[in-house]
Design a protein around this ligand. Structure first.
Ligand SMILES: [Zn+2]
Length: 487
């Protein structure tokens, strides 16, 4: 058990001890100690009324001076401050309670932009007078603040900002209320000093009380006024989504979706597009109308040029385009920063753009795919390609087996050709040719266009041949290559 003795008394006792050490008045010191111990035992008995009665006999032995001190200490009682029947701390007097409460209020006020804090009467902390106790814990302003905030019993003398007589936002001070329109004006300040500026709505403010948690900072309040208090939500378009799907999933009609996304073509959405899900209607509209001038780019033209050196579908940039520049003066109307009207008053070109020239290929590909197919459905390879030795593959198959064009192209030769016998060559138009020798029959003629996989003849043994087979050749850029690497 520990007895609460005030600090000044502790200090006085300490001083007395030191004094006795330096000036040994031992007898006097001993007397003093005796008085103190008697006093302590008396105070301990006082904690319980029963013990007090039992010890009454002992008190008579105490000197009159000691009793006087004891009464003094008994007299310094504490106020227990409780909330919801739970003691949260002790104070010495009403003044200390008020001081702690004031600290808590100031701390809340600071958090809410120096709002004038008011406490609701019905949640005042309960105070009750109690006799001195062991372990007296002081009342802490942070605890009081926490309780006040939890019970949301804190009101503020605030300023309600009204837009066309509707309260739209609440701020802590009159300065904050004034700062709102100034902040919006500053945000959308036009460059033209002679610009016309006006709020569409009547904006004013009045003093009123509100829950302190409803107060907004100037920045927050500006956002509320400009967004109509609506928090925008975005949806990222996924593969396969249509506007209809998104609308269904989000509970929005197509009209609402279109309204929330002006300038976006809902008919053609691409994965990654962001759709706004909320229609934003600002509470406040600030319009500016003034002269805006400055340089802006002039886009360059793109000129297409036919080029016989490139294949169809191919293109090549011959000359890069360069943007021009012009100085433009416009009369621009903006609402909350967005351009709603713009009339060009004057413009002068400061730099001409130069066109981009793109060459577009016209050379026929004859349907070449660039990937060769097999000229026979099934065959036995009887002789491989050997550079300089054997210019193609010998593919054995029964006489009459269909031969197919390995790729699309134009027949450049179809007829008898010495040791090749009946011979077909197809120019694929991409620098590649394929040739087919020893044919039994030929189904195409020179100059004819053929498609990949189209039958052009049949397997035979014409020319210098020891049995029915197809001699199949491929050239790239005029040189024989191993067909096995292409089919
Ligand atoms: Zn051969």
């Amino acid at each position: 058990m520990k007895l609460k003795i005030t600090r000044s008394k502790q200090r006085a006792l300490r001083r007395k001890k030191e004094y006795i050490k330096t000036f040994p008045e031992r007898m006097r010191y001993r007397r003093l100690r005796l008085k103190r111990s008697l006093l302590l035992s008396l105070l301990r008995t006082l904690e319980s009324p029963k013990r007090l009665i039992l010890s009454l006999g002992g008190i008579t032995a105490v000197s009159a001076g000691a009793v006087a001190i004891a009464l003094f200490i008994i007299g310094s009682q504490y106020l227990a401050v409780s909330f919801n029947d739970k003691v949260i701390g002790y104070v010495k007097d009403e003044a200390e309670y008020n001081a702690v409460l004031e600290q808590a209020k100031q701390s809340i006020s600071r958090e809410y932009g120096d709002a004038e804090v008011v406490l609701e009467a019905d949640v005042q902390l309960r105070r009750e007078f109690i006799p001195v106790k062991d372990d007296v814990t002081p009342l802490v302003d942070e605890d009081v603040k926490g309780i006040l905030e939890e019970t949301s019993s804190v009101l503020a003398n605030a300023w309600f900002v009204r837009v066309d007589d509707n309260v739209r936002v609440k701020v802590a001070t009159e300065d904050d209320a004034k700062a709102l329109t100034e902040a919006i004006e500053a945000r959308f300040a036009p460059a033209d000093p002679k610009a016309e500026k006006a709020f569409f709505e009547k904006i004013d403010y009045e003093a009123a009380q509100t829950r302190i948690s409803e107060l907004k900072t100037v920045d927050e309040a500006v956002e509320v006024l400009l967004s109509g208090g609506v928090q925008q939500e975005l949806y990222t378009v996924q593969e396969g989504d249509t506007a209809w799907d998104v609308g269904q999933a989000q509970g929005l009609s197509q009209e609402q979706l279109a309204e929330a996304n002006p300038g976006l073509d809902l008919e053609s959405l691409y994965p990654g597009d962001e759709l706004k899900l909320k229609v934003i209607t600002p509470f406040v509209h600030y319009q500016t109308k003034g002269i805006e001038e400055g340089f802006e780019p002039i886009p360059f033209e793109v000129i297409e040029e036919k080029a016989g050196t490139l294949y169809e579908g191919q293109s090549r940039t011959k000359t890069e385009g360069v943007q021009g520049e012009r100085y433009v003066t416009r009369d621009v109307t903006r609402v909350n920063g967005e351009v709603t009207e713009a009339a060009e008053l004057a413009s002068s070109v400061t730099k001409e753009p130069s066109a981009k020239v793109v060459q577009i290929g016209t050379k026929k590909r004859y349907g070449a795919t660039g990937r060769l197919g097999r000229p026979l459905n099934s065959y036995t390879l009887t002789q491989a390609y050997r550079g300089g030795g054997h210019s193609g593959l010998d593919m054995a198959a029964p006489t009459g087996t269909p031969i197919y064009a390995a790729d699309g192209g134009i027949v450049s030769f179809a007829g008898s050709s010495g040791s090749y016998g009946n011979y077909i060559t197809i120019n694929h138009g991409n620098g590649m040719t394929t040739s087919y020798g020893h044919c039994n029959s030929i189904n195409v003629r020179s100059g004819q266009t053929v498609a990949k996989g189209q039958q052009i003849g049949t397997v035979g043994s014409t020319g210098r041949s020891t049995g029915p087979h197809l001699h199949f050749e491929v050239t790239v850029g005029g040189s024989y290559v191993n067909p096995a690497n292409y089919i």
